[in-house]
Write a protein that binds this ligand. Sequence first.
Ligand SMILES: [Zn+2]
Length: 324
Amino acid sequence: MPITNFPKISGIAKNNIKITINEKKLRKTLSARGVMQPDILDLSTSKTKKKGLLATVATVFSTGIGATIKKHFQNSALNKIDKRFDALQQDLPRVKDTFQDVFMRKDIDTKETSAMLERYRDIEKLRVTGTKDDYIKALFKEAKKNFGFGDIDIPLHIDDVIDNSEKCAGSTKDLMNQGIHIKRNRTNMSHMNVIHHELRHEKQNYIAFNYDKEEYVKTAIKSVYKEAKSNKDDFLYDTVKNISFEQYYDDMQDAAKNDIYLIEKMYGKADKSKLSEKDCEFARKCLKAKESRVSGKVNYKAYKNNFLEKDAFHAGDTIDKLLG
Ligand SMILES: [Zn+2]
């Protein structure tokens, strides 16, 4: 499992969170690593979708006749967006069903659907008239609200693609408020898709954590244990090679409690009564899948077939098809 970040203790101290475990121990025990298990959204077999041609052309021409051409392309793009969203406003029952499905919110009614569409319309226009970062930030904020995370601070990080061979378009880290990373310049998958994909992972984590916080953390630790045990290059390999999971988990108790404490700082107190029966069923599936999740770099087929990924790809692809 490719891990890019460890918890930043300085960042936590800033928020006055009492740390009961020091950084050295955290790195050594790394229950956090499992809980933070990043979703590396692997695009190696994703459909290529070229977008933003008009925006690209618009960037090339910026003065003189170029500016006129740019204006022309922009207006044409804006008109297309209006046509698309006008048509969606005429199709509210279908759009409402899609929103309810993607955001896992049965409470979304027709009126809210229509209001959401108008906000997405403005954001899609920003894709043409604004900067890429403006667009990503606005889309993230909107999607976060629609997933029901309006009050939860999920930081957004916009990163450059450093290595062109890199397949990752986004990632989710669900501990210590490290937030969601979105790549600025990935063109083979839309930001509409990636942002909703990653926030759907956040929703999975939120539901699974509220369903059973101890089990959630235990499952994350188990996945770290299994991964380390199967890989001689893993720096935890020597720690886990001769011990059972039960022994390892015994050693992780302090770290596990700390993980729960930090996650509750972000999500609020875990409370199963927030969940519907359907959510509970979903939580059980997420917990099962979390344990067996593998990185796309290790086994792409297994990665794509894991329930957590299938579910997140479904959400991202569905909204992209509707609005993108
Ligand atoms: Zn994913």
